[in-house]
Design a protein around this ligand. Sequence first.
Ligand SMILES: Nc1ncnc2c1ncn2[C@@H]1O[C@H](COP(=O)(O)OP(=O)(O)OP(=O)(O)O)[C@@H](O)[C@H]1O
Length: 262
Amino acid sequence: MPLLRVEGLGIDFGGLRAVDNVGFQVEPGEIVSVIGPNGAGKTTLFNMISGAYQPARGAVSLDGEIVTGMVPHLLARRGLSRTFQNLQIFQKMTVLENVMVGCHLQERASLLADLFSTPASRKRSAETRAAALKLLERVGLDCAADKEASSLSYGALKRLEIARALALEPRILLLDEPAAGCNAVETEEIDHLVADVAKSGVAILLVEHDMKLVMRISNHIVVLDRGEKIAEGRPGEVSRDPKVIEAYLGVQPKEAGGHALG
Ligand SMILES: Nc1ncnc2c1ncn2[C@@H]1O[C@H](COP(=O)(O)OP(=O)(O)OP(=O)(O)O)[C@@H](O)[C@H]1O
């Protein structure tokens, strides 16, 4: 049974079929990317899978359990968490505090109980801090733990966003353009981090415009165009697919020299 199964998913905005009849699946530890030209429906698809939008058609299941349209915090409890294209970092908090907030959500511990500072809550706080520090180490930000988040470079903020999502201990992580706005060095750091997370068994579903990154790290690619899935397969297969070349370049494959991506 796949970890994530998406079947016949669709949604309309007014008269526009933004996403229609899209299906695919993701296995544990697999990196699956969703690509497509601007307006293809990638973010809308992500929003349906992560509970931000209610699909009009189709189903999403996690480990065989139907979770279609479930709100994000309940999906997080079932092991699905996501990052956002527009970072959701608390800029005035320290780097460590940003991750501790995510850890608290995971523990389902009452923040109010912690205010009374019982021995049990103090022990829990120390454990949360240690867990958050471990995550910062994993994303290469342990040295910046006590800095204000606003002082980080853009690439570091992107990694902090991933650390926060990892604090929820997901089985599948949805990454919305993790390398957008990053320079080549920062993109490579994201590349290594995503591969490392997948190696630990967490499935990754990725929306990303950087085709070099997508081609390098994906096990499987799903291609959307005008809301529909037009192709899927391994990176090498997808980059040579005539339908994909035409969707990206608007020309026949012969004119494009046989490939469009990367
Ligand atoms: N909230 C909305 N209301 C109305 N139309 C929307 C809404 N969100 C997206 N759309 C439309 O749905 C279609 C798919 O948009 P979406 O943002 O999902 O595409 P995308 O593949 O993520 O694009 P990009 O690569 O530019 O981010 C587009 O035609 C877009 O204009």
